[in-house]
Design a protein around this ligand. Structure first.
Ligand SMILES: Nc1nc2c(c(=O)[nH]1)N[C@H]1C(S)=C(S)[C@@H](COP(=O)(O)O)O[C@H]1N2
Ligand SMILES: [Mo]
Length: 344
């Protein structure tokens, strides 16, 4: 047995020892990842600008969106995850059995379709989980299946193309930034699929993964007017300075985030008033599944100024200027803020 296997077996035992009826994420010891697939987050991922949030969002600051009036409390001692539907053999796994599989740590940016231009329903965590494709291969996916549906204990459903489980690092996640999932982020297990909005991909309090087709099943938000398929649109936002900030003239840092997870960001540009688009300096990234932080040095002159940002993804496509609303499949438009620079 490899060293990694020993860690996992021990981790599984620690988990079951910690399981009680009132077990919550605080009482669960998470197994270590078998091997570190993710490169460490580079120091240069985060430009050193006052007020720019960290590259990895702390768990207690991570945005939260769900339909739950009260957060489901799932007992990890009895919780099971089933793989059902168009498969050769259905799986029905206790949490401890799930954790016997290889765990990986992967930094992924998650975003909400409801995020307005410049909004903050987007964050980045290092997710620990089992690769979804590993579970799907164990079950044996019927070639006719086109949709993976994730069901939760509170009857929420997401749905996304089967290919997304294979062409990117989609996770059945049990950990977030080195801790068990916080209750409000889906304890004890959830889905995380890079590059797809959360509503189609990120079922929290996950109880079942069903293989089906798009014709046969509409996920929760589809009858409510949202798109059946929803890849994350290339987006960028200014985080520093704040809208309507009062600044001194002279050198000022403009900084923010840009994201096109699963494609990656190739360029970010800033435009002051009607001036030319100027390239921002990009932070490094651990992979193409996360946002990219950026900074731009501006020589601020007295008066009122309009600052804008736009990003280009790694396929070379520039973020569109046209403003569209978040419904049905995500907002577009360039984030624009106004700041006021004093005379002296
Ligand atoms: N069970 C359940 N899972 C859910 C949802 C929900 O309402 N219920 N909302 C989804 C949406 S719309 C988003 S954007 C992400 C948000 O995940 P977070 O709250 O951990 O940021 O969870 C997804 N998973
Ligand atoms: Mo969302």
């Amino acid at each position: 047995m490899t060293a990694g296997g020993v860690v996992l077996a021990l981790g599984g035992r620690m988990l079951s020892n910690a399981l009680g009826v009132n077990a919550t994420s605080e009482s669960v010891t998470l197994p270590a990842p078998a091997r570190r697939v993710a490169l460490p987050i580079p120091d240069a991922a985060h430009p050193d600008v006052d007020g720019l949030p960290p590259f990895v969002t702390p768990n207690d600051a991570f945005y939260r969106i769900d339909t739950a009036l009260t957060v489901p409390r799932v007992d990890p001692a009895t919780h099971r995850v089933a793989v059902t539907g168009m498969v050769d053999r259905e799986l029905d796994l206790a949490l401890g059995e799930l954790l016997e599989r290889d765990l990986v740590d992967i930094p992924i940016t998650l975003s909400c379709v409801s995020n307005e231009i410049g909004g903050d329903l987007v964050d980045t965590a290092v997710w620990r989980g089992i690769r979804l494709r590993q579970l799907l291969d164990e079950a044996g996916v019927d070639p006719g299946a086109t949709q993976v549906v994730g069901r939760s204990v509170d009857d929420y459903t997401c749905g996304f193309p089967v290919e997304a489980a294979y062409d990117r690092e989609a996770l059945v996640a049990v950990g977030m930034n080195g801790e068990a999932l916080p209750v409000q982020h889906g304890f004890p297990v959830r889905l995380v699929v890079p590059g797809l909005y959360g509503y189609v991909s990120a079922t929290k309090w996950l109880s079942e993964i069903e293989l089906t087709t798009f014709e046969d099943f509409d996920q929760y938000w589809v009858p409510r007017g949202y798109a059946e398929q929803a890849p994350v649109k290339t987006a960028s936002a200014i985080r520093v300075p704040q809208p309507l900030a009062q600044l001194a003239p002279g050198p000022q840092a403009i900084a923010g985030v840009a994201w096109a997870p699963s494609r990656g960001i190739q360029q970010v540009e800033v435009r002051v008033d009607d001036g030319p688009w100027e390239p921002a300096t990009l932070g490094e990234v651990p992979n193409d599944l996360t946002w990219r932080q950026w900074r731009y040095r501006w020589e601020a002159t007295p008066g009122r100024h309009r600052l804008r940002v736009r990003a280009t993804d790694a396929t070379g496509r520039v973020q569109p200027e046209q403003r569209v609303d978040p419904k049905p499949d995500g907002a577009t438009g360039w984030h624009t803020i106004v700041v006021v620079v004093s005379d002296a």
